[in-house]
Design a protein around this ligand. Structure first.
Ligand code: ADP
Length: 472
């Protein structure tokens, strides 16, 4: 049943109906015109032959009429006009008939047309001849004297079969039927192909959408044309790819979170079990509790970072004026103690002039603090960290350079990904969550800026972020 509602069926049926209607109208028009043309033509020919015969016999109808002579004349004219020819005297009596045997010689013809002709008028009609069992065209022409009075002395009656005309018309009608059938076959075939071209991609789209609804998101359909349907298919592919990418990422992220949470939980569970099940010296007990505390801190840091990320994804930035050189200077001041405590030198090269940008100050603080935390965490005692600020074009660039352990070249492109850590144990040891740089990248991206890193393993790293300067 559904196939009757399909575009393919409806398109084909509509085209066929249109072509049938068009061919029907054209055929009807053509047939009627041709029929009129042939019939008119025959009528003209008969009239002309009638007048010719009338001129010819006008002298023979005067006085004593010679029927044999007139019949022979009628016979001659019948051959030329391809019609039966009768000559009538002024009383309507047949005085010459082209049909000798079984003709109408000496019989009086009394009908409307004969009366009209004897009154001087030409008349014609289509009638039926029982003799030849077919339709005939009958024309009656008066025979008029050539003198001034112009008296009607008789009439010429011509009757020609319409069989030839109708057999030609029958051939034409057959030709028109054939043309209609051929046109319908061509249009039918064409519309099926056209419909298939349209509906083929639509069916692929439906199938792919169904699969996506079932959860199979990695769908791709062939784009075979550049028309509207081709563009729809193209957009579908883009949408499917994005959806697949987001879903895969989401799944990966959820798995990563579960993995990150499981490690401290396992450690905590082991520590608690040991505390519960084993007798311990107070010192050892204290050590276990401190370890528990550290794991709890890690979990808290992880949850905080995750909350931070989800907050960033949810909320739009409400920008306000931030004087970046002051914000940076203040933070360097706040970090001074922690750096000197760790034995790492902290230098700052921040110009006096104001660098104003539009942004969220708390989020920018978070960026600087994540980068300073990392610089401190990955630089050994005795090392050096330099914070500098400078403008480049219409951007202001912040650079945090350290002489720490550096990052292997092959890891540089992953460094801003969530949970990516070069050395997982080292990061954990220092309380890292693997989310710090992902947060940095997210915040800077939301501020319309860029973040990048240069690093050499064993030499040190430089983290940069550039933000668009507020227009003067
Ligand atoms: P983490 O919490 O582990 O520090 P981040 O996202 O802040 O997570 O950093 C990701 C990884 O990048 C770190 O685990 C570390 O391996 C590397 N990294 C970050 N900053 C530095 C740095 N200044 N020097 C060397 N390695 C760094």
């Amino acid at each position: 049943m559904t196939r009757f509602y399909s575009i393919r069926f409806r398109l084909t049926a509509t085209f066929l109906a249109i072509i049938l209607a068009v061919m029907g109208i054209i055929s009807l028009f053509l047939y009627n015109t041709l029929e009129r043309y042939y019939v008119d033509n025959l009528e003209d020919t008969l009239e002309r032959s009638g007048f010719l015969a009338s001129d010819f016999v006008v002298g023979h109808l005067r006085g004593q009429v010679d029927s044999v002579r007139l019949s022979s004349l009628a016979e001659d004219m019948s051959r030329q006009a391809q019609a039966r020819v009768l000559f009538l005297d002024q009383d309507g009596v047949v005085v010459g008939d082209s049909i000798r045997v079984g003709g109408l010689l000496n019989q009086a013809l009394d009908n409307e047309d004969v009366r009209a002709a004897l009154d001087g008028e030409v008349s014609s009609r289509i009638g039926y001849s029982e003799r030849i069992n077919h339709q005939v065209m009958q024309v009656v022409v008066p025979v008029v004297e050539n003198d001034e009075e112009g008296a009607v002395t008789g009439a010429v009656f011509l009757s020609a079969s319409l069989e030839g005309v109708y057999s030609t018309l029958y051939d034409i009608r057959r030709f028109l039927y054939l043309a209609t059938v051929i046109a319908m076959a061509i249009v039918g075939g064409g519309s099926v192909a056209l419909a298939r071209r349209f509906t083929g991609p639509l069916e692929s789209l439906t199938a792919a959408s169904r699969k996506m609804a079932e959860g199979k998101l990695d769908q791709h359909i062939e784009v075979s044309s550049a028309d509207e349907i081709g563009r729809l298919a193209e957009q579908f592919n883009i949408m499917a790819k994005r959806l697949n990418y987001y879903t895969t990422n989401l799944k990966k992220f959820a798995a990563d979170v579960a993995h990150e949470v499981r490690t401290p939980l396992t450690t905590m569970s082991l520590l608690t079990k040991s505390l519960k099940e084993h007798e311990m010296e107070p010192d050892q007990q204290k050590e276990f509790i401190e370890d528990l505390d550290a794991e709890l801190d890690r979990l808290t840091a992880l949850v905080n970072d995750l909350l931070e990320l989800s907050k960033l994804e949810k909320n739009e930035i409400v920008p306000e004026k931030v004087t970046l050189n002051r914000l940076l200077g203040n933070m360097v001041g706040e970090y001074r103690y922690r750096f000197s405590h760790a034995g790492v030198q902290l230098n700052a090269s921040i110009p006096d002039r104001d660098y104003i940008i539009y942004g969220a100050p708390l989020q920018l603080r978070q960026v600087i603090s994540n980068l300073l935390d990392n610089a401190l965490n990955y630089t050994e005692s005795g090392g050096r960290v330099t914070v500098s600020l400078y403008s480049e074009g219409n951007e202001v660039v912040t650079k945090i350079e350290d002489t720490g352990c550096g990052i292997p070249e092959e890891d540089l492109s992953y460094i801003f990904e969530r949970f990516f850590r070069v050395d997982r144990d080292r990061s954990r040891e220092r309380g890292g969550t693997g989310l710090g740089l992902a947060i940095v990248s997210e915040i800077i991206g939301r501020h319309g800026g860029r973040v990048w890193v240069e690093s050499e393993e064993g030499v040190g790293s430089s983290f940069y972020f550039a933000l668009p300067l507020a227009e003067e």
